[in-house]
Structure formats: structure tokens, C-alpha cells
Design a binder for this molecule. Structure first.
Ligand code: HEC
Ligand SMILES: [Cu+2]
Length: 350
């Protein structure tokens, strides 16, 4: 008895630790357990329903088990073999029918929502259409209604439904915004998946790749930036404004020849790889180097330098080479890019 109490006492700190850990699972920008939009809310409803049913089954089964263990335990001096029971129609019917009823309760809303979430809104003119392309290890967002393409930050208005058509440019990935919608795979062209979500509350939500896709899979993050309608309109305008290239002639030439072969900025360059328009006011560089002054964050210029100097160190296996630059060129380009700020979302601009 004494020993058992010791074991319990030793487990207590671990239980306390786990409770603390789990209590951090409700982050509004990151957690499926703290839904911030209607799609995520309905999905959370399904999670709660299945947990409730499973919890109920567990309690009943455990209670019966302990009752039987206790009630029919072997008593002192009891040496004969107890009565052997084989088959009991009443009981067998009961424990077949109850699980069937439970499964039906689980199946009806699940099937209903599976079909609802697969609804095709790609022809809906009132929805914001976004073509999502997953790349090792970044996300491309094209807005055909507005003629804008961006990367890593999915800017959306709070007032509209966002209709997604998703595909991959290389291997399979999975698009996931835990607090706004569940996962949806990105397949190759010809097998486009559709999904939708709404983000009625302004804010920044974290997105993830949820399909192991290579060495930097865990770094394939993106953000959803939900803003009001006016700010969204302003964002579209700012994205389409002509580029202002670096003032310094040498830096400008290096930037044009070394960077714009792959990247676009404003109306300049090739949009094959992430569009750098407004890179100075994004939440992160390359999705993972968080901009800002909080814990784990750095000023954007610092993050740009870190990224451009050695992209492979930040995200092993990504498709951006380390471009040979002198320290002055690196400084000049990082400073120029850090100044590329959009003002549509002043509140959260870094
Ligand atoms: C061969 C093509 C290529 C060249 C050349 C190139 N990049 Fe990139 N760049 C990429 C790719 C691919 C990514 C996405 C990497 C990832 O996140 O997986 C990227 C990402 C970036 C990002 C992060 C973008 C974002 O939205 O967060 C910045 C900033 C950047 N590059 C700057 C530069 C600069 C500055 C140069 C020139 C010195 C340059 N790149 C040259 C291919 C290139
Ligand atoms: Cu991925």
C-alpha cells in the first residue's frame, strides 16, 4: 500500500506537467480546439461528438468490467469451478444494438459535413477565388479575379467566403489552417481538390503543411491574414503597383540579375518563385523566420539577411541557391527588401 502511494506521488508532477502542456493547446491562431471560423467550428463539433460517444463507451465498459471483477471474484474457500454460461440472447442483442445506434449517431452528422465541406464554390462570384499551389517548401496563392499572385501569406477579407482550388507543383503536400479549416491534400495537376473556409475575425492565423514532403516539411509554414473588405481592396491595389527598384545602381543591377531571374517584385521580374512584393511587411521571411520584436522573432532586415546569405541552412533542401554576394551587396539588398512594406494592414505591419 505504501509503495503504491509513492508511485502516485511520483506521477503527480508529470500529470501536472501534461495538464499545463495541454492547456497551451488552445491558441486561437493555431489550434483546431479553438476554432475561429464556421468551417473549423463545425469540424470541432464533430470532434466533440465523437469524443463524447467514445468517452461514454469507455465509462460504461470500464464500470461493467470493474463490477464483474469485484462481484464474481474468487472468495475464500471457493474451490469449485463456477457455473459456465454459454450464450445469452438478451445480452448479445443489447451489446450489438447499442454500438449500432452509437455508430448511426456518429455517422449521420459526419457524412452530412463530409459532403458539405466538399461543396464546390469555385464558380461563386461572391467568393474570393484562390488557386493554391504547394511547392517544396512554400505556398503560392493566385487570385485570378484580381490578377494577383503572392506567396506564404494568404490575405483574405473577413466578409467573404474563400474558395480554394489546390494542387502541387512537385510532391504531395497537405494544406492545413488548424483554427480555420481541416486538412486538404494537394495533388498533381488534373486532380485538383476544392475546399473553402471563412475567417470572420480579423487576425493572423498559422497554416501548415500536413503531409511529410521532404527534409523541410516541418518548416513549410504559411499565414492567413484576415482583414476587412476595405483593407483587402487596398492590398490588391498595392500588390499591383509598379515596382520601385533599389536606388543604388550597383545594388539594382545585382538585384535584377541575381534575384529577379527567379523572383518578381511589383511588375518586374519572373514570378516563378515567391513574389517579393511587400516582403518587408510580412509576418515572416520564407514562412518561418518570424518578423518582429517578440520572443523568437527578429527584425525583418535581420531575417532577410539570414535567409539570403544561406537559404539552405534555414530550410534544408529548398530550391533557392545561396547567391554569391559581397557583404555590401547582401546588406544593400536586405535593406531594400525590408523597406518594401505594404500599408493595407497597418495594425499588424512589422
Ligand atoms: C534559382 C531561383 C532563385 C534565385 C536566383 C533566388 N531565389 Fe529567392 N527564393 C527562391 C525559392 C525557390 C524560394 C522559396 C524557398 C522556400 O521557402 O522553400 C525563395 C525565397 C525567397 C525569399 C522568401 C520569400 C517569402 O515570401 O518569404 C526571399 C526574401 C528571397 N527568396 C530573396 C531572394 C534574393 C534577394 C535573391 C537574390 C540575391 C534570391 N532570392 C535569388 C528561388 C530563388
Ligand atoms: Cu509540404
Amino acid at each position: 500500500m505504501m509503495n503504491r502511494w509513492h508511485a502516485v506521488k511520483r506521477l503527480l508532477p508529470m500529470l501536472a506537467g501534461l495538464t499545463l502542456l495541454l492547456s497551451a493547446c488552445g491558441r486561437a491562431d493555431l489550434s483546431a480546439l479553438n476554432p475561429q471560423g464556421p468551417v473549423a467550428e463545425e469540424q470541432f463539433g464533430l470532434i466533440k461528438l465523437s469524443i463524447a460517444i467514445m468517452g461514454f463507451v469507455m465509462v460504461v465498459v470500464f464500470a461493467l468490467t470493474f463490477y464483474v471483477l469485484f462481484r464474481f471474484r474468487r472468495r475464500k474457500g471457493q474451490n469449485e469451478i463456477p457455473e459456465q454460461v454459454e450464450g445469452n440472447h438478451k445480452l448479445e442483442i443489447i451489446w450489438t444494438v447499442i454500438p449500432i445506434v452509437l455508430l448511426i449517431i456518429l455517422a449521420v452528422p459526419t457524412v452530412k459535413y463530409v459532403f458539405q465541406f466538399a461543396e464546390d464554390h469555385s464558380k461563386d462570384e461572391n467568393a474570393v477565388q484562390v488557386k493554391v499551389t504547394a511547392h517544396q517548401y512554400w505556398w503560392e496563392f493566385e487570385y485570378p479575379q484580381y490578377g494577383v499572385t503572392t506567396a506564404q501569406e494568404l490575405v483574405v477579407p473577413t466578409t467573404k467566403r474563400i474558395s480554394l482550388q489546390l494542387k502541387t507543383a512537385d510532391v504531395l503536400h497537405s494544406f492545413w489552417i488548424p483554427s480555420l479549416m481541416g486538412k486538404i491534400d494537394t495533388n498533381t495537376e488534373g486532380n485538383i481538390n476544392k475546399a473553402y473556409f471563412e475567417a470572420p475575425k480579423a487576425g493572423v492565423y498559422r497554416g501548415k503543411c500536413a503531409e511529410l514532403c521532404g527534409p523541410s516539411h516541418a518548416l513549410m509554414d504559411f499565414k492567413v491574414v484576415a482583414v476587412d473588405e476595405a483593407a483587402f481592396g487596398k492590398w490588391v491595389e498595392e500588390m499591383k503597383a509598379p515596382a520601385v527598384l533599389p536606388e543604388d545602381e550597383h545594388i539594382r543591377e545585382v538585384f535584377k540579375s541575381q534575384c529577379l531571374a527567379c523572383h518578381a517584385i511589383g511588375d518586374q521580374g519572373a514570378p516563378t518563385f515567391p513574389n517579393l512584393t511587400g516582403i518587408g511587411s510580412k509576418e515572416a521571411v520564407a514562412g518561418v523566420l518570424l518578423n518582429g520584436t517578440g520572443p523568437g522573432e527578429q527584425p525583418v532586415e535581420q531575417n532577410l539577411k539570414e535567409w539570403i546569405a544561406d537559404p539552405q541552412r534555414v530550410k534544408p533542401g529548398n530550391k533557392m541557391p545561396a547567391v554569391p554576394l559581397t557583404p555590401e551587396e547582401l546588406d544593400g539588398i536586405a535593406k531594400y527588401l525590408a523597406e518594401q512594406k505594404l500599408t493595407y494592414n497597418e495594425n499588424s505591419a512589422k
